[in-house]
Design a protein around this ligand. Structure first.
Ligand code: ADP
Length: 190
């Protein structure tokens, strides 16, 4: 079973690469951002709660995210593996993920981090905002908050996997296809 954490700041290309990876490796895409947006679209209680945080560029509280991920994993028992996209975003989420995977006799194969400089992230997010309809993509202040939150709360998650010998960094600027090849090489070596 392959269980991959695709990691990187907002706008790094996690969603784009995830789509290609699930196709190639027949994995289940688990994007917490997409799951929240789905709840939001359906007007569920969870969606309404998450919106308050997402619209400001803040993180949704750990216990809410963890429960949602646990539900998704247990409702997909026949999966060949998962691409975790945008999760875990805090060390507490990473610890909770390890615990829930252990319970199901699963483990993380590795974390692949997409490395993209901040000026390019900002450009990409603003460009995406023209079509994504996402309030958090359209406002400089919110983008700044998301990058700050990434640096302070999410970046330590890379250390968590580095300490387990499961961390690889990939250059995230260039042709989508070339980045995809580089990620695939890492996965093929797991
Ligand atoms: P991006 O790739 O631009 O960061 P996402 O779709 O991954 O966008 O996430 C959008 C928003 O959803 C985040 O800014 C945050 O508010 C919320 N969110 C998504 N995943 C998590 C998570 N694992 N923990 C807390 N909040 C999350």
């Amino acid at each position: 079973m392959l269980n991959i954490v695709l990691f990187g700041p907002p706008g790094a290309g996690k969603g784009t690469q995830s789509e290609k990876l699930i196709e190639k490796y027949k994995l289940t895409h688990l994007s917490t951002g997409d799951l929240f947006r789905k709840h939001l679209g359906e007007g569920t209680e969870l969606g309404i709660l998450a919106k308050k945080y997402m619209d400001q560029g803040h993180l949704v509280p750990d216990e809410v995210v963890i429960q949602m991920v646990e539900d998704k994993i247990s409702s997909t028992p026949d999966s060949k593996g998962f691409i975790f996209d945008g999760f875990p975003r805090t060390t507490a989420q990473a610890e909770a993920l390890d615990t829930m995977l252990q319970k199901n006799e699963m483990s993380i194969s590795g974390m692949i981090a997409l490395d993209v400089p901040e000026d390019i992230l900002r450009e990409r997010i603003k460009e995406r905002g023209k079509t994504s309809g996402r309030a958090d993509d359209q406002d400089d202040e919110k983008i700044t908050t998301r990058i700050k939150v990434y640096l302070s709360e999410t970046l330590p998650v890379a250390k968590y996997y580095e300490n387990q010998g499961k961390f690889t960094k990939i250059h995230g600027v260039g042709q989508i296809e070339e980045i995809f090849q580089n990620i695939s090489e890492v996965i093929d070596a797991y």
